[in-house]
Structure formats: C-alpha cells, structure tokens
Design a protein around this ligand. Structure first.
Ligand code: NAG
Ligand code: NAG
Ligand code: NAG
Ligand code: NAG
Ligand code: NAG
Ligand code: NAG
Ligand code: NAG
Ligand code: NAG
Ligand code: NAG
Ligand code: NAG
Ligand code: NAG
Ligand code: NAG
Length: 382
C-alpha cells in the first residue's frame, strides 16, 4: 500500500519529485504519458460534470489518502500537510465558488442538469474541512445550498428519485456518479444522526435509480427513463457512471462511522455493482474494449467507458475481495493503454455530448481523460 501511494504521488505530482526515478516496471504505465493525459484532462474540462469528475480523478491519482478508497480516516485533516496539499483539487473548488452565481443554490451552472453540479461537491467539502481561514464559510454554505437544492428544490419522480434534469423529471444513469457520492460524503463528514440520515438518502437515491433503470434480463442499466426521450439502450458510459458512483458510495459508507450499521446497504451496493460488471464484461470484445451500447453488435468501440468500468472493477476487487472480474479488467486496461496517443489523448471515445456518436476528428473526451486517471489510480492500488 505504501508503495502504491508513493507511486501515485511520484507519477502525478512532478513538481515535487519529477527527477526521482520512477518504478516503471511496477505498473508498466509510462508516467510521462500519464502526466500528459492529466494535463490534457485539466486543459479541456469545462462543463460542471467534467470539472467534478476531474476533481475526483486528480484526488484519486495524486492524493489517494484523501479518497474514501484508502484504509485511513475518511475525515480530512484540519490542515493538509505540504506534501499532500491537493492544490489542483482545491483550485477546482475555489474556481467553482468564485464563479458561483449569487442567489443560486447549485454549485455551478448545470446547463439544465440537476445532478451534474453536485459532482463538484466533494472537492468543495474537502476545501471547507481543510481551509486555513476558519472564518471563511463560503464553501460550507455552498455545499449546504447544493445539498438543499437536491433534497428540497429539484423535481422528483413519484418514487422519490431526484430528477437528473431541472425542467422535468428524467432519470439518467449518469446521476449516480454525480449526486449520491456528494450526498454520502456530506453525511459521513457530519458524523452524527443527521449525517447518518443523509448517508441513507444517498443510498436510497441509488436504490430508486436502480429500480427505474436496471434491466435484469441483460444485467445492465438503461440510460434514461421517465423522459420524453428515453434511452432504453444499455449505454456503456451510463453503466460506468452507475457502477463507479455506487462503488464510491460503498467506500464512503465503509469508512464512515456508520459502516457496521449500514452493512445491509453495503451488501446491496456490492450486489448491484457486481451485476453491472457481470453484464458489461460478458460483452467485452476480444481486444478488451466495450462497445458504446454494450450489447449492440453494430455499436462502435468506446475506450472511455471501458476505462471507467475497468477502474471500478479494480476497486470492487480490492474492497470486496471478489476477483472474478479481474481478468476482464486487465484486458481492458491493456486496451485503454494502447488507445492513448503519444500526446496523451485517449482515442476511440464516445462523444460525451452526443452519446450515440464517436468523438469527431481532432476532438477528445474530457471525461475520458479523467477516466484514464481513475484507471491508473485504481491499478496503482491493485
Ligand atoms: C492547454 O491548451 C493550450 C491551447 O489550447 C495550450 O497552449 C497549452 O499548452 C495546453 N496546456 C497543457 C498543459 O497542455
Ligand atoms: C470548469 O473549470 C474551468 C477551468 O477552471 C472553468 O473555466 C469553467 O468555468 C468551469 N466550469 C464550471 C461549470 O464550473
Ligand atoms: C456575488 O456578489 C459579491 C458581493 O456583492 C461579488 O463580489 C461577487 O463578484 C458576486 N459573484 C458573482 C459570480 O457574480
Ligand atoms: C475570525 O473572526 C474573528 C471574530 O470576528 C476575528 O477575531 C479573527 O481575527 C478572524 N480570523 C481571521 C483569520 O480572519
Ligand atoms: C465545514 O467545516 C467545518 C469544520 O471546519 C464543519 O464544522 C462544517 O460542518 C463543514 N461544513 C460542511 C457542509 O461539511
Ligand atoms: C465520529 O463519531 C463517532 C461516534 O460518535 C466518534 O467516536 C468519532 O470520534 C467521531 N469522529 C470524528 C472524526 O469526529
Ligand atoms: C419513458 O419511459 C417511461 C418508463 O421509464 C415510460 O413510462 C414512458 O412512457 C416512456 N416515455 C416515452 C415517450 O417513451
Ligand atoms: C436490499 O435489496 C433487497 C432486494 O432488492 C431489498 O429487499 C432490501 O430491502 C434491500 N435492503 C436495504 C437495506 O435496502
Ligand atoms: C477493438 O475491437 C472492436 C471490434 O470488436 C473494433 O471496433 C475496435 O476498433 C478495436 N479497437 C482497437 C483499438 O483495435
Ligand atoms: C512515454 O511517453 C512519452 C510521451 O508520449 C514518450 O515520449 C516516451 O518515448 C514514452 N516512453 C516509453 C518508454 O515508451
Ligand atoms: C477523420 O480522419 C480520418 C483520417 O484522417 C478520415 O479518414 C475520416 O474521414 C475523418 N472523419 C471525419 C468524421 O472527419
Ligand atoms: C472502516 C471499515 O468499516 N472498513 C471496512 C471496509 O470493508 C472491509 C471489507 O468488507 C472491512 O474489512 C473493513 O473493516
């Protein structure tokens, strides 16, 4: 574990130790290339969910002790030490708060999405809990406003599921990565009965989303339900968002003070992640990739969802001691690694904003860049 952490710090934090020898053979990943992947991710992330996903990816890849995936306290230290200052993650939180429109509750302009801005919430909470100026309440207030918006203002389905969209009720698999991890982290950090109730809400939202989107026949999630433009297909990135969001909530519960109390919830989350991993890897292509619509043979290959699902599989294996999906994830890792060009761009991705098409020539997937970092971090821990 020590080596994993040290490795991640060396790999992705060049300012400190760029001349240090890198144990390349340990992972087989070219660290110069990983830095380019990271720089590109930082450079092209613009939308709220991209910035939020990037903040998570940077935390996992560079500051692993500040994630819920390490066997250390989930409570951040009151002050971050210089060698673990998470400067790039906190800078995303700072930009978010600086740009936040006065009089609005969500953390950022979600462009019609309820869930997406909440993905920035974990970075904002980290900033608040580790801030130097204890009089600065902006980050705490903004996180509280974001939570309040989700729980009290956003539209809901009759089941109680919070809509992923502002203008009407729509349930998108994407929501599971955007909102429940923030809600869960908020609750875990409160560390009292109120916090437990918030943690339970994060779990319940996942349960309600699964009720609406899980297709038991395929063991895969549909993309969008309750919408005028349902997407009943099994979109690979949607399955990736759902599995990765559940994994993160599992880990937050596991490292909270409520882990034993919430054992039944953890057990269900484990099963719900497993069923997605079973569903997607069943359709893995012989070169290791997943198709953009997992079980549609005429769909194109998508390295981006392949990366996030491989990352989630390594986490799943580490945390639940269930290695049955490892072989598939290793093959996926290899495919993803081969899909990165010499300038650090992940190739063969789906267009995140037009999800039935591949990215056009000369453009790249911001979230795909972050998924590579999540994969490298999970692999470093594996
Ligand atoms: C970010 O993009 C700009 C132009 O789009 C480029 O000049 C700059 O070198 C890029 N930065 C990194 C770190 O790649
Ligand atoms: C995402 O981050 C970029 C770079 O810091 C910033 O320009 C942009 O406004 C942010 N987007 C949102 C929605 O916060
Ligand atoms: C919000 O209001 C404060 C104080 O009036 C101002 O300094 C700040 O620039 C405003 N923020 C935005 C994003 O408009
Ligand atoms: C915080 O606020 C208190 C009371 O207003 C003040 O005495 C103190 O100097 C402030 N601290 C900082 C770091 O601004
Ligand atoms: C912000 O941090 C303080 C501790 O400095 C904590 O008491 C408060 O609950 C935090 N706010 C949120 C929303 O977590
Ligand atoms: C969280 O709450 C538990 C139970 O009340 C307590 O034992 C523990 O010290 C608290 N942890 C923190 C960091 O406040
Ligand atoms: C969308 O899916 C929901 C079930 O999730 C269904 O009730 C509804 O009729 C569908 N709408 C359209 C326009 O197909
Ligand atoms: C776990 O899932 C089962 C089956 O869906 C359900 O009956 C049970 O109530 C769930 N447990 C919790 C704690 O939600
Ligand atoms: C992997 O195989 C799929 C078809 O199964 C193909 O479309 C894709 O181009 C291949 N990817 C690479 C990187 O060779
Ligand atoms: C690692 O990647 C960089 C950037 O693409 C490249 O210049 C270098 O040759 C690669 N090193 C190895 C050992 O493949
Ligand atoms: C992308 O570039 C390739 C090779 O340069 C070309 O064959 C293909 O037609 C281009 N596709 C689009 C959509 O422009
Ligand atoms: C803090 C905590 O509860 N950690 C647990 C996380 O899950 C693993 C595997 O189930 C347990 O061994 C840990 O005790």
């Amino acid at each position: 574990m020590y080596w994993c952490r040290l490795y991640a710090a060396i790999v992705l934090f060049p300012a400190l130790v760029s001349s240090a020898p890198v144990p390349r053979a340990y992972l087989g990943l070219n660290t110069t290339l990983l830095r380019l992947v990271r720089d590109n991710a930082v450079n092209i992330s613009t939308h709220s969910w991209e910035n939020g996903t990037l903040a998570e990816a940077l935390t996992e890849a560079e500051w692993p002790r500040l994630t819920p995936y390490m066997p250390v306290s989930i409570f951040p230290p009151a002050r971050l030490p210089w060698w673990e200052n998470a400067f790039d993650v906190l800078s995303i939180a700072e930009t978010t708060i600086d740009q936040k429109a006065n009089g609005t509750l969500p953390l950022a302009n979600g462009e019609g999405s309820v869930g997406d801005p909440a993905s920035l919430g974990q970075a904002v909470l980290l900033y608040n809990w580790t801030r130097a100026d204890l009089n600065d309440t902006r980050f705490s207030t903004a996180a509280g406003d974001q939570l309040g918006y989700l729980l009290n203002n956003a539209p809901r389905a009759p089941s109680g599921a919070i809509s992923h969209r502002v203008s009407d009720v729509e349930l998108w698999a994407d929501f599971v990565y955007m909102a429940p991890p923030f809600i869960a982290y908020f609750g875990a950090l409160q560390n009292d009965s109120g916090g437990l109730a918030i943690l339970q809400i994060a779990y319940d939202q996942i349960r309600l989303y699964r009720d609406a989107l899980f297709d038991a026949d395929a063991s895969l999630w549909r993309h969008i339900a309750l919408s005028s433009s349902n997407d009943t297909g099994h979109w690979a990135t949607g399955n990736a968002w759902a599995a990765a969001g559940m994994m993160r909530v599992w880990a937050i519960i596991n490292h909270s003070s409520f882990s034993s109390q919430m054992q039944p919830q953890k057990n269900n989350l484990t099963q719900w992640i497993d069923e997605i991993l079973t569903g997607v890897w069943k359709y893995q292509q012989s070169n290791g990739t997943l198709l953009n619509y997992v079980d549609q043979p005429d769909s194109f290959a998508d390295s981006s969802s392949t990366a996030l699902l491989a990352a989630t599989t390594f986490r799943y294996s580490l945390l639940t001691y269930d290695g049955k999906h490892d072989t598939a994830a290793l093959q996926a890792l290899s495919l993803v690694w081969q899909s990165i060009d010499k300038n650090g761009w992940l190739l063969n991705t789906v267009d995140p904003e037009a999800w039935t098409q591949p990215t056009q020539n000369g453009t790249h997937s911001p979230e795909g860049q972050s998924f590579v970092l999540l994969l490298a971090a999970a692999w470093a821990a594996f």
